[in-house]
Design a protein around this ligand. Structure first.
Ligand SMILES: NC(=O)c1ccc[n+]([C@@H]2O[C@H](COP(=O)([O-])OP(=O)(O)OC[C@H]3O[C@@H](n4cnc5c(N)ncnc54)[C@H](OP(=O)(O)O)[C@@H]3O)[C@@H](O)[C@H]2O)c1
Length: 335
């Protein structure tokens, strides 16, 4: 009889934002090591907004809902516990985009990437050095090409992408970095931990005026993570020839309300460039990104708050909070 492991699955098909009660943690036999592949003993799993739409079959590029008995998708870090390929040895630390909610994952060698955990918590490879960090770097350094003197605005600024993006803009010598976030606690993290120059709490009275006051000279670069409404507001503060990167619409993923239109006249008048970003296009540049970011992590110049639980019991509740945007920083489950 094989040893058991636990796996998180969805109980039934979903037509709305997933909730904790939609998830069951079930027992399964541990997987065998596949020919030419490995088994990873997972030590931390990332909780990300895209999984909410992925489970409902509404994620761009992967339109089918996740089959009911399959592990809920998640990126993960862990150690090789069995290998049938010489490139990986037992005990190697790896990151995989295919981890899923389970204790052990049997994977083809192409799905795992060795990570250097020297001097850092391996779980950093789920946040700053993981997919959210790669996304922030792709948006700020590669798509918007932030340069010295730029004024940068970022929403969902307390989150893993937004928080990392602001710190990367700082490393690229941006002149001023302003965040937008939902709530005083989030804003305190944005200014005190991530060292943005200002953060506007959009749950407060008169926040649009506060935003205008925080951007007296306008902005050159905007990173949109939340909604078309915020994008339009950012465009209104943009200086001529500014750039906006459309990264996510977390505020709209689970609503059936049609998104507001983008005002073409404003874009023309601002001579603005609007750029979409899909992180899959940057998966082959993880080494280049890590070379840039890992020294900043080790020196303490790149940090992200963590909102985590340990063990399966509390994972569904954190997943629900994360999808509602109630977490701060990188949401993850430690196993
Ligand atoms: N394009 C890509 O390839 C790519 C890759 C990775 C991530 N993304 C996107 O980048 C964005 C940030 O990702 P992240 O992982 O760092 O997430 P996150 O910022 O930790 O979470 C999303 C944030 O969106 C805000 N939000 C506003 N209204 C919301 C609502 N109705 N429901 C849920 N959240 C709401 C919340 O922040 P406030 O309370 O501060 O508003 C929430 O914390 C997301 O839109 C994500 O989907 C895109």
């Amino acid at each position: 009889m094989k040893s058991p492991m636990q796996q998180g699955v969805i109980k039934s098909a979903l037509q709305r934002r997933p909730a904790a009660s939609d998830i069951a943690i079930i027992e399964m036999p541990r997987p065998d090591c596949p020919e030419g592949g490995v088994v990873v003993k997972l030590s931390a799993l990332s909780l990300d907004p895209y999984v909410g739409t992925r489970l409902r079959g509404k994620h761009m590029g992967e339109p089918a809902p996740v089959p009911m008995r399959d592990a809920i998708p998640a990126h993960g870090v862990g150690q090789i516990s069995a290998s049938r390929i010489s490139a990986f040895r037992e005990g190697d630390w790896v990151h995989t985009t295919e981890a899923g909610w389970r204790d052990y994952a049997a994977l083809p060698a192409e799905s795992v990437r060795k990570i250097d955990v020297a001097g850092m918590d391996p779980a950093v490879h789920l946040g700053i050095l993981g997919m959210p960090g790669l996304t922030a770097w792709a948006a700020i350094a590669k798509r918007a090409q932030v340069r010295a003197g730029n004024i940068v605005l970022i929403d969902a600024a307390a989150g893993a992408v937004g928080g990392t993006a602001g710190q990367i803009a700082r490393a690229l010598d941006a002149a001023r970095i302003v965040g937008i976030a939902g709530g005083e606690r989030k804003c305190r993290v944005v200014t005190d931990v991530y060292r943005f120059d200002a953060c506007i709490d959009y749950t407060g009275e008169g926040w649009r005026d506060s935003l205008a006051a925080a951007l007296p000279q306008g902005l050159d670069v905007h990173l949109e993570n939340v909604s078309v409404d915020l994008l339009v507001l950012a465009l209104s503060h943009m200086r001529p020839y500014g750039r906006a990167v459309l990264c996510g619409l977390a505020g709209q993923y689970h609503t059936d309300m049609p998104a507001a239109g983008i005002p073409a006249g404003l874009i023309i008048g601002k001579r603005a460039s609007l750029m979409g970003l899909v992180i899959y296009d940057f998966y082959d540049r993880w080494a280049e990104f890590t070379e840039f970011a890992a020294p900043l992590v080790r020196s303490g110049d790149l940090v992200i708050a963590e909102d985590s639980v340990t063990g399966w019991a509390d994972a569904p509740a954190l997943f629900e909070r994360m999808l509602a945007g109630q977490h701060i920083g990188k949401a993850m489950v430690r196993l």
